[in-house]
Design a protein around this ligand. Structure first.
Ligand code: ATP
Ligand code: MG
Length: 293
């Protein structure tokens, strides 16, 4: 078993969290509600207009890992952008940390100050190509200090680089001099250094080769768990989602067709589309193993 998979299993077993064990903290009402999405509808204007997302409702608890899966065009990125405040819903409500995320509210509060961070499929979207990666992680630390001045001792830029498997001196380099997997780990460090309550990762591993995918997902999941950051993890790769997610949402044609604890959705899918999706996964899965979910 690879280190990455072992790390992911440790997180699932709650070994990276000092408090209660993970199962009892999450999803069953024990954790506090962080995000509530109610009847979200997003229509992109055009001729004809595109109803990208309709009647989408779900909840996300503090520190929880929620996997969002579904075929291309099913509306996953649209949900992610609406939750991050990057686009305005046509109707419906998004309540984050007790605040309704109305477009007006977002204008008053810069997105990064809301405690939501995003990592995208293409790491060059999350990183500024013209700035050294150390100073970009440093920006993240400044956001954390502004949001939570009482936060105590924060890790240095060098420590953050080491936490994502790079060396302290890498901070002087520019994004282009790193591999795709390394860039995605740097983007993860920059995002998590802000100490967000929620990290939205939209296909963060789909541009990486198979051996790197589990490593990046494992690091993201482990570091998020260590600081109790909730993770909305969007991926085509069901074998990785199965490993890291506490709960799964399945989208099809703009709607959520199935949701539930990972093991339940995996072992006993109710919806026809979910059944087709799961049966399309080769056995054993992409990691060459068949873990119990
Ligand atoms: N800016 C836009 N203008 C018009 N239509 C859009 C826009 N962005 C997305 N869409 C449409 O909305 C629907 C949902 O797109 P979305 O990007 O949310 O899907 P997705 O599930 O993230 O797909 P993928 O897995 O390919 O990333 C699709 O039909 C898409 O063509
Ligand atoms: Mg997408």
């Amino acid at each position: 078993m690879s280190d990455a998979v072992a790390d992911i299993r440790d997180v699932r077993a709650g070994k990276h969290h000092s408090g209660q064990d993970r199962e009892s903290r999450l999803g069953n009402g024990a954790g506090s509600l962080l995000l509530s999405v109610r009847d979200l509808k997003v229509v992109y204007p055009g001729r004809p207009p595109v109803v990208a997302v309709d009647q989408v409702s779900f909840e996300l608890f503090e520190g929880e890992v929620l996997g969002l899966v579904g075929e291309s065009g099913s509306g996953k990125s649209t949900v992610a952008k609406a939750v991050a405040g990057l686009l305005a819903p046509t109707s419906g409500e998004i309540i984050f940390d007790g605040n309704s995320m109305k477009p007006l509210g977002m204008a008053k509060r810069p997105v990064e100050r809301t405690g939501i961070q995003m990592v995208f499929q293409d790491p060059t979207t999350s990183l500024n190509p013209r700035r050294r990666v150390g100073s970009q992680i440093s920006d993240g630390l400044e956001v954390a200090a502004a949001r939570k001045p009482e936060g105590g001792n924060r890790l240095s830029v060098e420590k953050w680089l080491e936490r994502v498997g790079l060396s302290a001196s890498d901070g002087n380099r520019f994004p282009r001099s790193f591999s795709g997997g390394q860039r995605q780990r740097i983007a993860t460090a920059r995002a998590l250094a802000t100490e967000p309550s929620l990290l939205i990762a939209d296909e963060p591993i789909s541009s990486l080769d198979a051996s790197t995918q589990a490593r990046v997902a494992g690091i993201m999941c482990k570091l998020a768990a260590e600081q109790n950051t909730a993770l909305l993890f969007i991926s085509h790769d069901l074998s990785i989602v199965r490993l890291i997610a506490d709960r799964i949402l399945v989208m099809y044609h703009g709607e959520i067709v199935e949701s539930g604890p990972t093991q339940q959705v995996w072992n006993d899918p109710q919806d026809g589309y979910t059944k087709r999706l799961l049966s399309s996964i080769p056995t054993p899965d992409g990691l060459g193993i068949l873990p119990s979910a």
